[in-house]
Design a binder for this molecule. Structure first.
Ligand code: GCO
Length: 464
């Protein structure tokens, strides 16, 4: 099941209504193997998230999150898998940092477990939790790797969920307070901060389809949650400015270029509506401080009432960059259904189309201006456990598309492959391997796959 466009698949649409400046780049590469050199200092990186890799779920004072509770409920994940141990990164931090150094990574995007730092989501700080992230950030800096810190990657503290979680407007302020704790603790390391990871997935998958935590199926509530998430983003940006500590900040949005499946007016109009859901309802508030009118018109009174005067000014507080998670395009028919026009990966929701990345990046520039961009996620799962040539091909073609976008003037600064290592893939448990590094979940041994060895060469020569 596709996670990122469930509305179209489930037929619920009706319910919902760098190039561093001045750097020159070589001619773009095609899949044929022509070379493409990226701008000097390009941030080749990899991405992970806390619940997906850390394990140590009950250690050193960590409190439970919604994902601890959800994954332990019967029938929620494949084989009943949980993140209790995951890739045991919490205990293997030094080895994993050395692995990143050996790959030559220049940037590493990870997330902080809110309930490791604040076991009940607010109030007393768990120093051991903060110490872990301090060691992580210092270890990255010692190895010449830039830290990119995501503050929220879906693991709302369970204690806050019991107060309504993001359904409760107060959660936006609880999030900003937690963000402030992190700015104070790690700001001197000058990380890049990312507020939210993929609020769309929380709304569509956690609150509409109910296949991610907290497992609710209520579209109206989902869209109220979406607004509160965005408010939390804006308040967290403001909290960074107020804290006066180091680091740039932005959101990480999952975006998908939407195309009409055919040339009919009906398909075009459905594609416009789908684009509002997939992209504009997230991009516009963050980058323009407004909701798109066509999307707003689909929202019931209860959702509009949740949007109070002044909220959009907070949400649109100027950020420094935008994180883009790109997995594939969306094609919409005249009846609003999604159809696949390209091959999919093992994740059947994922349509593989590198050109969609070019279209997406250039569209952001065209419609939202020269906001500095980082690709915060891009990758694919494969059943080829070690010799993952399909992933090599996937990455090569997506890197080439990113290079073409840079040549077209897009300010793309860095590229984080999802994922550094195999990990807990949410409702799919451990059945999908997205890593460039293989994890043996019995021994926790790490082994470089073909893609990791290839990526190391890409980084070393700064191009494909
Ligand atoms: C997401 C998340 C990741 C996923 C990855 C693969 O985009 O859904 O940020 O946590 O694991 O995307 O599905």
């Amino acid at each position: 099941m596709r996670r990122r466009s469930l509305l179209a698949l489930a037929g619920l649409g009706a319910l919902a209504g760098c190039a561093r400046t001045g750097a020159t780049v070589q001619p773009a590469a095609g899949p044929s193997g022509a070379s493409a050199t990226f701008p000097p200092g390009f941030g080749w990186g990899a991405s992970t998230s806390a619940y997906q890799i850390e394990g140590a779920a009950t250690e050193d004072g960590r409190g439970p999150s919604v994902w601890d509770v959800f994954s332990h409920e019967a029938g929620r994940t494949r084989n009943g898998d949980t993140g209790d141990v995951a890739a045991d990164h919490y205990h293997r931090l030094t080895g994993d940092l050395d692995l990143m150094r050996d790959l030559g990574l220049r940037s590493y995007r990870f997330s902080v477990s809110w309930s490791r730092v604040l076991p009940t989501g607010r109030g007393a700080v768990n120093q051991q939790g903060l110490d872990f992230y301090r060691r992580l950030v210092d270890g990255l800096r010692e190895r010449g790797i830039a830290p990119v810190v995501t503050l929220f990657h879906w693991d709302t503290p369970q204690a806050l969920q019991e107060l309504g979680g993001w359904e409760n407007r107060d959660c936006a302020q609880w999030f900003a307070d937690y963000a402030h704790t992190m700015y104070t603790a790690l700001g001197d390391a000058d990380p890049t901060w990312l507020t939210l990871n993929e609020p769309k997935t929380v709304v569509d998958v956690g609150y509409t389809a109910g296949i991610h935590a907290p497992g609710k199926r209520d579209r109206q509530l989902a869209n109220i949650v979406g607004h509160h998430l965005l408010l939390g983003h804006g308040l967290a940006v403001q909290a960074l400015r107020a804290a006066g500590t180091g680091g740039r900040i932005g959101a990480a949005l999952s975006l998908s270029p939407v195309y009409p499946a055919d040339e009919t007016d009906a398909a075009r109009s459905q594609a416009t509506a789908s684009d509002a859901e997939e992209n504009r309802r997230w991009l516009d508030p963050v980058l323009k401080g407004s909701y798109p009118q066509d999307w707003l018109a689909t929202q019931p009174a209860a959702v509009r009432t949740a949007m109070r005067d002044g909220d959009l000014a907070v949400i649109g507080t100027a950020s420094d960059l935008l994180g883009v998670n790109y997995y594939g395009p969306t094609h919409i028919t005249g009846t609003g259904s999604r159809v696949m026009k390209h091959p999919t990966s093992q994740a059947t929701w994922q349509e593989i189309d590198p050109n969609g990345l070019y279209d997406l990046l250039t569209r952001i520039k065209r419609d939202y201006g020269d906001v500095p961009l980082t690709i915060t996620e891009n990758g694919m799962p494969t059943t080829n456990a070690f010799d993952d040539q399909d992933r090599v091909t996937f990455l090569r073609e997506h890197f080439a598309a990113a290079h073409r976008a840079i040549a077209a003037g897009v300010k793309l600064e860095s590229y984080h492959v999802w994922s550094l290592m195999d990990n807990f893939e949410w409702a799919e448990g451990y059945t999908q391997r997205w890593g460039m590094v293989h994890v043996d979940y019995t021994t926790q041994q790490r082994t470089l796959k073909a893609s990791a060895r290839w990526y190391k060469e890409v980084i070393a020569r700064n191009g494909v």
